[in-house]
Design a protein around this ligand. Structure first.
Ligand SMILES: NC(=O)c1ccc[n+]([C@@H]2O[C@H](COP(=O)([O-])OP(=O)(O)OC[C@H]3O[C@@H](n4cnc5c(N)ncnc54)[C@H](OP(=O)(O)O)[C@@H]3O)[C@@H](O)[C@H]2O)c1
Length: 244
């Protein structure tokens, strides 16, 4: 098995709530990690959030992976900086949306939701998947939300529409590429995720979730699997210990 120190993980959305927990845990396990964000100040915050002793293993790149040109530019900058990518974790999107019921919304609102949740996931997958596709020691992990299966509460409809489109996209990839060498997996989170200072009842601590995702990436065994996490205990049983 390739040692973690020889593995380079691209964390798409790695500056976000979910992604930053994943990035910290991967670095703590000895992986090298690269993060692309549109916002340099978010990348700087990420740099001071990770363990100081691992900071040298973190590469940050300012870029927009939601457009074909932006993603291509980011890929060139990434390869120049890190040389190769062995693993990809994609947690693109946003944390929460409760803009109101559909009749109060504009087409622009729906376009933003689809762009942020689905189009960035698709464009970045199309751009970066070729880097890992043909290697059985490589992984591509999508982090998705159970919000795509039901309305979480009144006014969150477009969150459901966007999250559902990402769930469907992951299903399509599993079915269109049944034989692909790279380990292609999806993690579906059925509850809120937050940093320790913003935890609410039933929420997952992003640090704890990050440890679970890092264990899944490290293990590199299953493929075409959907791992469902609905409560903190699931992180242990589903991700850390690897039961489906
Ligand atoms: N948070 C939760 O409670 C929760 C629960 C269940 C599932 N999830 C899943 O986790 C995903 C991420 O949630 P989160 O809470 O981490 O959201 P977040 O804090 O808003 O982070 C999302 C990240 O996606 C990045 N992003 C979006 N579009 C991009 C683009 N075009 N180019 C580059 N980066 C882009 C953002 O980067 P910038 O820095 O460029 O803005 C940001 O860092 C969700 O979409 C959902 O599938 C979250």
């Amino acid at each position: 098995m390739t040692p973690n120190s020889d593995r380079v993980v691209l964390a798409l959305g790695g500056a976000g709530t979910v992604g930053s927990g994943v990035v910290k845990a991967l670095l703590d396990k000895g992986f090298k990690v690269a993060v692309i964000s549109r916002d340099n100040s978010r990348l700087e915050r990420l740099g001071s959030f990770v363990s100081a002793s691992t900071k040298d293993n973190l590469t940050t790149i300012v870029g927009d992976v939601g457009t074909e040109e932006g993603a291509e530019l980011a890929k060139q900058a990434l390869l120049k900086a890190v040389g190769k990518v062995t693993d990809i974790v994609s947690s693109l999107g946003f944390s929460w949306w409760q803009g109101g019921p559909p009749h109060t919304q504009s087409l622009k609102d729906l376009q933003w939701v689809i762009e942020t949740l689905l189009l960035s996931t698709f464009v970045s997958w199309k751009t970066f998947f070729p880097l890992v596709r043909d290697d059985p020691t490589c992984t591509y992990t999508f982090i998705t939300g159970g919000a795509g299966e039901k309305l979480l509460m009144p006014g969150t409809g477009f969150l459901t529409v966007g999250a559902a489109s990402t769930l469907a996209f992951c299903q399509v990839l599993r079915e269109e590429y049944p034989e692909v060498a790279c380990k292609l997996n999806q993690l579906k989170i059925n509850t809120g995720v937050a940093p320790p200072e913003r935890m609410a009842p039933g929420y997952l601590n992003h640090l704890h979730l990050g440890e679970g995702v890092a264990a899944l990436v490290e293990r590199c065994t299953s493929s075409h699997s959907v791992f469902t996490v609905s409560c903190p205990d699931d992180i242990k049983t589903v991700l850390l210990e690897g039961d489906l």
